[in-house]
Design a protein around this ligand. Sequence first.
Ligand SMILES: C[S@@+](CC[C@H](N)C(=O)[O-])C[C@H]1O[C@@H](n2cnc3c(N)ncnc32)[C@H](O)[C@@H]1O
Length: 471
Amino acid sequence: MIKKNDVKTGKIISIGNNGEGIIKDEDKVIFVPFALLGEVVEYKVLKVTSKCVFAKLLKVTEKSRDRVTPPCEVFCKCGGCQLQHVLYEKQLLLKKQSVENTLKKVAFIDNQVTDVVGCDNEFRYRNKLQLPISNVDDNLAVGFYAENSHRVVEIDDCLINADWTRGIIQSVKQYAKEFNLKGYDQFTRKGDLREITVREVKGNLIITLVINKKKVDGMQRFVDILRLYLPNKFSLFVNVNTTNSNVIYGDEFYKVYGDNEYYGEMLSIKFPMSVQSFMQVNDNICEKLYSHVEKTVNADCQSVVIDAYSGAGLMTSILAKNAKKAIGIEIIPQAVELSNKLAESNGLKSKIVNYTGKCEEILPKVLEKEVVNGERVTVVLDPPRKGCDLSVIQSLIENNIDNVIYVSCNPATLARDLGVLTGSLVVGNNGIVKNESDKRLYKVNSITLFDMFPQTKHVESVVCLTRRLDN
Ligand SMILES: C[S@@+](CC[C@H](N)C(=O)[O-])C[C@H]1O[C@@H](n2cnc3c(N)ncnc32)[C@H](O)[C@@H]1O
């Protein structure tokens, strides 16, 4: 019987959805993170449950040709990346297989992924940095949380973030040392500095220092230190967060130095980036993804496009350019405000209508109205990780919407929602179950993956569907 702390050897026979190697032994599935298909590995058993075993990789005795040396010193310790040990082309293949397997297993959809779009930069691709500040052995530590923990793993750089990361960390450390400031302790809730966050747009940085009190000393000196370490133009803001919660920002922001906002441009839409703006983390892939959605929607002056879960509205504005009208639906009022400003500053105000509220409440009403008016409607769905509420999917079916584009960052909820849309799943008394009848609703035309997060297990999918006319 497999027991905790056993050290064993085994061959990896498949790869799990989190990128981990899988071994089968004594009817148990053994998960070994950082092991690759076909490799023979030595592992230590960490935890045994009734069905599976979680293990730690000790040694690779037979290496895969797809294995590369991870360039980051804290890979395996910090929770950020899961796939740095895999050749980049193989990372894309693993993500493709994982999405295909999930769609098949959950929703009996056996379309092949049509295309996988890789990122031009495998490293240094992020435009957004978010680092907790804590203490390790009584010294201030800046880093990332270890996976499933609140222990900060100290870093002096992060290879998936931009190369200004090093300068930011050095600046925080020097500033804290000069003013004898402490990192935040989540248990005692004591300490001065909680987080440092950075947003980049066109090489300009918006830096926010999150503090655990109203004010800290030496802010002008911090600006001078940042100037020493950073070649970039930047603004510095302070955010006050004295709450006992895991949210990063408190309600109060104030500016210490620099401009309030900087401007970026994507697919002919000029957008402002301010301290609280929302933007996808990878500009290169974001542009490729939005461009793909724009081409797939193929709006013309006769069509109405509904952007459900529209965030700060960049995609709504992009889609409005060629459409008769674009409608955004978003739950966060501040994001809707930004979307309205974006429409106005890009001369699209007359073409965009934004609603604030839940898609499950607003979309059915909006669809009904547009359909009754005889409009040709295309719907783009870009929900959060938990996917769409069932009523959202049902309103598309009931209103006979011909074209649906589903953008997803979570293959599991994507599969569930696509199952209901295609009709391979139905809502039964005990929840969503396999549809035993032949009735099918939507057809999946293409599945395109975008590697928004190289070196990690995450992937964005864009699925294009059309309504079947034979039902
Ligand atoms: C994955 S983001 C998509 C943002 C946007 N489409 C983009 O490309 O930047 C999901 C958005 O849905 C919003 N949201 C979450 N639940 C919602 C709901 N029930 N109804 C409407 N919007 C919701 C979130 O606030 C977030 O802005």
